[in-house]
Write a new protein. Structure first.
Length: 362
């Protein structure tokens, strides 16, 4: 378990427990995609066949041809893109969550060399694949399947223009909230960015480094002598600054792709409720990292009160959301009526204020 319960003993200093729990809750938004029945349409695709392709179905059933090749052969490119995007998303996502889980778990225990080393693959390489799929899945599938040469989709290829990939993803990312493409790039790829992943994960992965941005000091070795209390303090504050931000961003990208592949899902309310939770996560993160003050965020909460008005189905009382409501919702998915104590979020109708709010802050 990543989440630290009240009163539970943990090595993590108390000031980072909230941030750890924030990450645990956002991490769960990914694992639910892999385990909950709601997402099972990701594992299958219905293909409508015309007369011509129906004749060819015998060939598919014979098992002599791979389903993807069969789709390509029959010029069912749109269907092929959907089938393969679903398959890639679920497969890469499974790997992504495994790495993120172990990294968060190691950080929680203060094993920073491993925690940092494990971040590289999900947050630099795999996230870059998600960003490309979000922007243009046809183009990604063309390079991945139709052309097929791995150099054309290798996220670690030094020739690949990562800045443009992130920039492109931002043109379709919605909502963008506090994310900026410059910061997302710097935190992942900028060797000179002290707050980011690049330098520190290189130090974690290599015992000695010569790159001028993170060169090992003479008569030193990377990480292994960094056992002082001061060093740990720095690691905790560094890790819990940029990891939640990139994690919330990654889940926003992944959810957008996933829900595009699940037509009609918005009507079920899962997508907006998850997005609203991430908005609260960002608010809390800005406070925990002192990027915003509580006072400023309270002003923002006050401002959006007018949009977020929830009428209770039980007593008809109109509830305006206050800070404790945000915090309770983030932890429990509940918004309780201040008059009768009933949970307000019981139907698609009841989450409409959240949908309106999300439209406002695109
Ligand atoms: Zn009520």
């Amino acid at each position: 378990m990543l989440y630290i319960e009240k009163g539970e003993k943990a090595k993590l200093p108390s000031q980072y427990r909230q941030t750890n729990n924030l990450c645990a809750i956002i991490y769960d938004q990914l694992t639910e995609i892999l385990v909950q029945e709601y997402y099972e349409e990701l594992e299958k695709t219905t293909v409508l066949l015309d007369d011509k392709s129906i004749n060819l179905i015998k060939e598919l059933e014979s098992g002599n041809v791979h389903a993807l090749d069969w789709l390509a052969k029959n010029k069912l490119d749109k269907e092929l893109t959907v089938v393969l995007t679903k398959h890639i998303m679920l497969s890469v996502l499974s790997d992504f969550v495994d790495f993120i889980y172990e990294s968060l778990n190691c950080a929680k225990k203060g094993k920073f060399s491993v925690a940092y080393a494990l971040l590289r693959k999900p947050l630099t390489d795999e996230l870059l694949i998600f960003e490309q799929i979000l922007y243009d899945k046809e183009d990604f599938i063309r390079r991945f399947y139709h052309e097929g040469s791995s150099i054309n989709y290798d996220p670690s290829n030094p020739k690949i223009d990562k800045k443009t990939i992130i920039k492109n993803a931002f043109t379709v990312l919605s909502p963008k909230w506090f994310f900026t493409e410059e910061l997302i790039y710097q935190l992942r790829y900028d060797k000179s960015c002290d707050s980011g992943i690049n330098g520190i994960s290189n130090l974690a992965l290599h015992i000695v480094t010569q790159d001028r941005n993170y060169k090992t000091n003479d008569q030193d070795l990377n990480f292994v002598f960094s056992r002082s209390e001061e060093n740990y303090k720095n690691f905790f504050s560094h890790y819990y600054y940029f990891v939640p931000y990139l994690l919330i961003y990654a889940v926003t990208i992944i959810d957008q792709i996933i829900f595009d592949l699940l037509p009609g899902s918005e009507l079920e309310g899962v997508k907006p409720v998850k997005a609203f939770k991430r908005f609260i996560a960002l608010l809390l993160w800005t406070e925990q990292t002192k990027t915003h003050t509580k006072k400023n965020n309270n002003k923002l909460i006050e401002k959006i009160k007018e949009i977020l008005q929830f009428e209770c189905h039980n007593c008809n009382h109109v509830n305006l959301l206050k800070r404790p409501d945000y915090e309770l919702f983030f932890e429990t998915d509940l918004i309780l009526c201040e008059k009768c104590g009933e949970n307000i979020l019981i139907s698609f109708e009841s989450i409409k204020p959240i949908i309106d709010f999300l439209k406002h802050i695109k």
